[in-house]
Design a protein around this ligand. Sequence first.
Ligand SMILES: [Zn+2]
Ligand SMILES: [Zn+2]
Length: 373
Amino acid sequence: MASRGGCTHTRPVSKRDYYEVLGVPRGASPDQLKKAFRTLARELHPDRNPDDPAAEAQFKEAAEAYQVLSDPTQRERYDRFGHAAFDQSGGPGPGDFSGFGEIFEGLIGEMFGGRRKKRRGQDVEVEVEVSFEAAALGAEETLKVTKPVPCATCEGTGAKPGTAVRTCNQCDGKGEVRFQKRLFATSRTCPACEGSGKKIETPCKSCRGAGHVQGEEEMAIRIPPGVEDGATRTVRGAGSPGPGGTGDLLVTIRVKPHPLFERDGADVLCTVPVSFPQAVLGDTLDVPTLEGQVRMKLPPATQSGKVFRLRGKGIPVYGGMGKGDQLVTVLVEVPEKVNRKQRKLIADLAEEMGTETHPQRQSFLTKLKDLLE
Ligand SMILES: [Zn+2]
Ligand SMILES: [Zn+2]
């Protein structure tokens, strides 16, 4: 028997230092320990190394080292007394492997998916169509969501009214059962109650014992300013109920096209057709914006395709600061049909104007002439 603080080892000399087993320095942080163990466990896991006694022995060794070093009290004792610390107290040894703590099982489960949680309810996906303005400026929309809602007949218990709901005797109401898989104990969803932990004697007729029926629920959802077409918002806990919690509601936002506006990031694009006389003489235009009509000065001699910028009349930058602009493209419209009188006037006008009133055309003709000579 080892004396406290002594260096007498009752275990075989071959027992390796725990830090050495995990390949970490003595001062390793809990995170470093966890990471080192994960890496080793992944390599050595019995599922990956079937019937390999060497890997199994190493896995046991690593698990034991991690079990001790991940527990601050045990680690302190180990740091002071080495392996001797556990000789008297019946601590973990290679032979007694069944006594793993919650931490270890949790870690193993987390790593290998061996430990199944009670099933969470499903996420419910819906689409909501909003106007261009609502997406740009933000809004609150009400939507109808078809999803499982608590059954009114049994008030969600799943049992026929007046009959009992017992605790599932297979899992004692825990919803999961434990089983031994090679080296460690793990858990899975109870097959008898499918994780609910309850046993219903006479199922409710309306919901066939499920506790919920398909129903419609009205929900208000906030549309954030600047949101783009196809964006998704998650409403936590508004999905389908399940034994392990309620799923989420995933709302995809669809933005309806606008008759006059298009979007380019935070900018609003808009094309305003003007007549030839307006373009020549200038005018004041009524231009629609997200916040209503504004007056925009069209200077004389505005060319078709000219873009005017209305600062700050765009869309708030999504999730950021500031606003975009509105870009107004002027389109000089050529009349498609003219009557006889108009045709005559335009012909007279053409004669009157010549090419000197059209510098771009004149420049083009000069260059063309040079090219041909
Ligand atoms: Zn019911
Ligand atoms: Zn059960």
